[in-house]
Design a protein around this ligand. Structure first.
Ligand code: HEM
Length: 483
């Protein structure tokens, strides 16, 4: 068997090499040069080894390569995929604002083709009428600021779905695997057309098939339950009782849709709300608590603020958030140092264009290194220092016009869950700080807290954060909250 595998691999390598060497370079459509590339490009794999063999996380390594070349835009040949990496605020503005339309497409990642039911969610669907429609549904029906900050807030599906019976019990595990698979840095994505060979080497397709089966089972269960509920209540269900799935089921039946939403599309959209919304928010909260644990004075100030705004023997609710200026700057600072999606979600150029004097041909994959930008010493004083005051003083916000701070991306493919995600993190953090005093376990100092990361759709903390909660008299948790 081993000999067979070796022969097969050798033949595959020879065929790929021949294919590459006889391929004619496409005619240049402009005289502009390509962006600088790191040395060490190899036949077939191009620069892949620079990403995968160093043991570094992709956003760290890409920042280092850009630094090494002293260029805010660099080009890498990753297998068969020409990839451009942008590491400056000025060029992020070019991609997300000036030429937003050119860069509004997403590459069709292998995992998304499987797990997003043919890329029919919002995040991975190609730019076009279908994406426009589902994005509009998402923005207006589920995630609008009015919905998020009003009594008509649509409940996220997780409040009613996590836990429960049957396959749903395994939801967390199934989604963890989905997030890993969707991270966009697997061999198969760099050899489009050669997935049979690459998957055979990596076993990736098997993982995808297994995860897709699990997802289908969970989705069928969730949607089935919601359909049953509809049958019982008809259309009389109170708006406040609706969750994302109820709303999407209602939208699916509308007759004014430009493109019909099939049952598989519906599953893709339900999953998108889970996948895009859960890890990103929980990761943000985890990094914020991590930095607070490392900086007791800042933790004390944030705690003092929330307790003085809410008062004793009370409950934190949405209306308090607008007064928590310091706590909000703490969250921003944590997102600056630990952007949950450090390379945003990959884009793909739809036509040739010239960026910073360099030619970017159509169908180039484009990564924006938000991690590098938010640590750029030319933009941020003492960039590695955790200092929430910088946001209080500078007024830099999530919609920064200079594109220095991009935790939610930007442009027409920017995060539509921004209000929802942020409100979730803010209320959770406010409650944690209001009810408890937090400390590191005995003997552990701030500087000992591990800041290692795991790369995924959201970049989580590698080791769990261990903290000791101490209930504080006058601020005890008193039963179920009403918000
Ligand atoms: C703190 C929480 C969150 C963070 C940090 C975050 C971050 C991001 C980022 C960086 C992108 C890529 C933007 C780009 O390419 O320019 C994105 C896209 C997206 N996010 Fe979020 N997100 C969060 C919460 C949410 C929530 C709660 C939802 C929905 C329930 C959501 C739904 C989406 C969707 C659907 C997209 C794809 C948009 C498109 O391609 O048109 N996100 N998010």
């Amino acid at each position: 068997m081993d000999t067979l595998i070796t022969i097969f691999l050798s033949l595959a390598t020879i065929f790929i090499s021949i294919y590459y060497f006889i391929q004619k370079p496409s005619p240049a459509t402009s005289t502009a040069p390509e962006p600088p590339s790191p040395a060490g490009r190899l036949p077939i794999i191009g620069h892949l080894h620079l990403l995968f063999l160093t043991g570094e996380l992709p956003h760290h390594q890409l920042a280092r390569l850009a630094d090494g070349l002293g260029s805010p835009v660099i080009k890498l040949q990753l297998g068969r995929v020409p990839t451009v990496v942008v590491s400056s605020a000025q060029l992020a503005r070019y991609v997300l604002r000036v030429n937003d339309g050119v860069f509004a497409n997403r590459p069709q990642l292998v995992a998304a083709q499987y797990l997003s039911f043919g890329c029919s969610d919002v995040t991975f669907s190609p730019y076009g009428p279908y994406w426009r429609q589902v994005r509009k549904i998402c923005v207006t029906e589920l995630l609008s600021p009015r919905r998020v900050h009003s009594s008509q807030q649509v409940k996220p599906p997780y409040t009613t779905i996590y836990g429960g019976e049957g396959k749903k019990k395994e939801l967390v595990g199934v989604l963890t695997e989905t997030q890993e698979l969707l991270a966009g840095f697997c061999l198969d994505d760099f050899f489009p057309g050669w997935e049979t060979v690459t998957s055979w080497i990596t076993g990736y397709q098997k993982r995808l098939t297994r995860n897709l089966e699990d997802l289908k089972e969970v989705c069928d269960e969730i949607i089935g339950e919601h359909l049953m509920k509809r049958k019982d209540c008809g259309d009389d269900q109170e708006e406040e009782e609706e969750d994302f799935v109820d709303v999407l089921l209602k939208v699916q039946r509308r007759e004014d849709l430009d493109v019909p939403v099939t049952d598989d599309n519906l599953k893709a959209l339900v999953l998108d709300m889970f996948v895009a919304g859960t890890d990103t928010s929980s990761t943000t909260l985890e990094w914020t608590m991590t930095e607070l644990a490392r900086h007791p004075t800042i933790l004390a100030e944030a705690t003092r603020e929330i307790r003085s705004v809410v008062g004793k023997q009370s409950r934190v609710n949405e209306s308090h958030l607008q007064h928590l200026t310091y706590m909000k700057s703490v969250i921003k600072e944590a997102m600056r140092l630990h952007p949950p999606v450090p390379l945003l979600v990959p884009r793909e150029s739809m036509e040739d264009c010239v960026m910073d004097g360099y030619m970017i041909p159509a169908r180039t994959r484009v990564l924006i290194n938000s991690y590098a930008i938010s640590r750029d010493p030319t933009l941020w004083e003492d960039p590695l220092e955790f200092n929430p005051e910088r946001f209080l003083e500078s007024g830099i916000d999530f919609h920064d016009q200079e594109f220095r701070f991009l935790p939610f991306g930007g442009g027409r493919r920017g995060c539509p869950g921004f209000h929802f995600g942020l409100a979730t993190v803010e209320i959770a953090l406010a409650r944690l700080l209001y009810h408890f005093d937090w400390a590191l376990p005995d003997g552990l100092r701030g500087e000992d807290v591990d800041l290692g990361e795991i790369f995924g759709l959201a970049t989580r903390k590698k080791t769990k954060l261990m903290l000791v909660p101490m209930s504080k008299e006058g601020y005890e948790f008193r039963g179920k909250s009403n918000t």
